[in-house]
Design a protein around this ligand. Structure first.
Ligand code: NAI
Length: 286
């Protein structure tokens, strides 16, 4: 989709981090914005920021884990702007001990992370793509996975992001095969400086509510502290937003703003698969 000016972008998880950076980038490109997030106060601040840039913007509080809530988002977007051209299914969460093995994650962790990260994208595709197809304009869908969607780990975050990368590649093929004027990209960031490690702030009671960090094991707390330091030194979300912007214009499927270490591990995994080798184990740190 080469022309962005005057067209409409919907971004979930738009109140913070990568979503907010994408909103700013597409605002600079002259797009009208629908900002969607579960955190209403932060969303209102993001809306005020966009309005200060003289951008036409609408803010909708949404829970992407809830299909009816996403359907209401689509209704609101179409009622206000009459069309949607760019859909960024970006909202996502992570548990504080992202890398713990399957048998240590609670069922509530599994249900919450799959509901937001995977079903959130499913809901976005189901509520928007039929309307985007019916509109007949060109358009693009960007689903936020992660390098975790190209690498592996046994916990729910990795599983959710693999689901997103699989679904998105299938969506890309389905759209192209159907001759649609829509295309799709998968966004697989590395370590980005955002609030993702504080995602528990948005964990609803039905999924156990925010975890009491003091109750985490020593190993989990150490891992969390290490990951927090890595995030603070991570890539600026504005760099990710630029990469998304350029990929939408160039119709590039893979958007992977990641550290070299991740790119090397992806290449290694792909080589293992092609050679039908057993998975290479990570080199222990320290
Ligand atoms: P963030 O925490 O700064 O932003 C995520 C936004 O999603 C927040 O505004 C939050 O309120 C919103 N959100 C959470 N649950 C929601 C729900 N149920 N419905 C609607 N909105 C909800 O984190 P970040 O990093 O900007 O996350 C954006 C996406 O990027 C996520 O899908 C995340 O998994 C992905 N990602 C992040 C990486 C990083 O290093 N920060 C790396 C790879 C992927």
């Amino acid at each position: 989709m080469q022309q962005l000016q005057g067209r409409v972008a919907v971004i979930t998880g738009a109140a913070s981090g990568i979503g907010l950076a994408m909103a700013k980038r597409f605002a600079r490109g002259g797009m009208k914005l629908v900002l969607a997030d579960i955190e209403t106060a932060a969303l209102q601040r993001a809306l005020a920021e966009m309005q200060a840039l003289d951008v036409q913007a609408l803010a909708v509080t949404v829970d992407v884990a809830d299909a009816a809530s996403v359907e209401r988002l689509a209704d609101a977007a179409y009622a206000r702007f009459g069309a949607v051209h760019l859909l960024c299914n970006n909202a996502g969460v992570a548990a504080p001990a992202l890398l713990q093995p399957t048998w240590e994650n609670s069922l509530e962790d599994w249900h919450w992370i799959l509901a937001v990260n995977l079903m959130g994208v499913v809901h976005g595709v189901r509520s928007f793509v039929p309307r985007m197809l019916a509109g007949g304009d060109e358009g693009h869908i960007v689903n936020t996975a992660s390098v975790a969607g190209l690498l592996t780990g046994s916990g729910p975050y990795f599983a959710s992001k693999h689901g997103v990368s699989c679904l998105t590649e299938g969506l890309y093929k389905d759209l192209k095969t159907a001759g649609a004027r829509l295309s799709a990209s998968v966004l697989c960031p590395g370590v980005i400086r955002t609030q993702i490690l504080d995602a528990e702030r948005n964990r609803p009671a039905q999924f156990g509510g925010p975890t009491d960090m003091a109750k985490l094991s020593e190993r989990q707390q150490q891992w969390s502290a290490g990951f927090r330091a890595a995030l603070e030194a991570g890539i600026d979300p504005a760099v990710v937003a630029d990469a998304v912007h350029d990929a939408v214009i160039a119709d590039r499927y893979y958007i992977v703003p990641a550290q070299d270490e991740h790119l090397e591990r992806i290449a290694l995994r792909m080589a293992d698969i092609a050679a039908l080798c057993n998975p290479t184990l990570p080199v222990p740190k320290g």
